[in-house]
Design a protein around this ligand. Structure first.
Ligand code: CA
Ligand code: CA
Length: 176
């Protein structure tokens, strides 16, 4: 295989079609490309992740399953930037409560991400809304401007699914 063919294969495998299209076939200035998150249709990009806002209400377990069927998980909110971005977006949607992918079912008051079992570090609880023994799941709570509240995992709310997006730019530097 010639060097050129190998280089082309590398580009397609490691950068992906969407990045190439953005890089070479759009009018966007090249300096805006690095770090841009690309998502498939219907998913909202933000800082390396893609989000999908479900249109059917589920209990917590069903909501997580819905996300898994869409190659994702219920949202992990890991920074104030991510939290504010999502809350701003929720204000533009139909007014609803939305699941966050965490639980304190195993140890009351200790919140972990449901799929990875890792500790939750960032939080945005409405005061007093994280310590209820009968409420082991959490939502963006509409009446409190989407601050977080614990709630029964059997509640019926809407899923926000999150998965990794394609971040264009970094790999291009290696080739170019
Ligand atoms: Ca996240
Ligand atoms: Ca609890």
């Amino acid at each position: 295989m010639t060097l050129i063919l190998k280089a082309l294969l590398f580009l397609l495998l490691f950068i992906g079609k969407e990045c190439l299209e953005r890089r070479y076939f759009t009018q966007e200035p090249p300096e805006k490309i690095p770090g841009t998150t690309t998502c498939t249709d219907g998913w909202l990009p933000f800082e390396g992740s893609c989000y999908m806002f479900g249109q059917t209400a589920f209990d917590f377990t069903e909501a997580e399953n819905f996300c898994r069927q869409n190659n994702s998980h219920l949202i992990h909110v890991e920074s104030s930037g991510e939290n504010e971005f999502i809350k701003d977006h929720l204000k533009q949607l139909q007014l609803r409560n939305w699941w966050i992918g965490m639980s304190d079912e195993l140890i009351e008051g200790t919140w972990i991400w449901f799929d990875t079992k890792e500790y939750v570090h960032f939080s945005d609880w409405y005061p007093g809304q994280d310590q209820t023994t009968t409420e082991d799941c959490a939502i963006f709570w509409l009446p409190l401007a989407f601050k977080w509240a614990d709630y029964s995992c059997l509640g019926n709310f809407y899923p926000i699914c999150e998965r990794r997006g394609t971040v264009c730019g970094a790999q291009l530097e290696l080739v170019g």
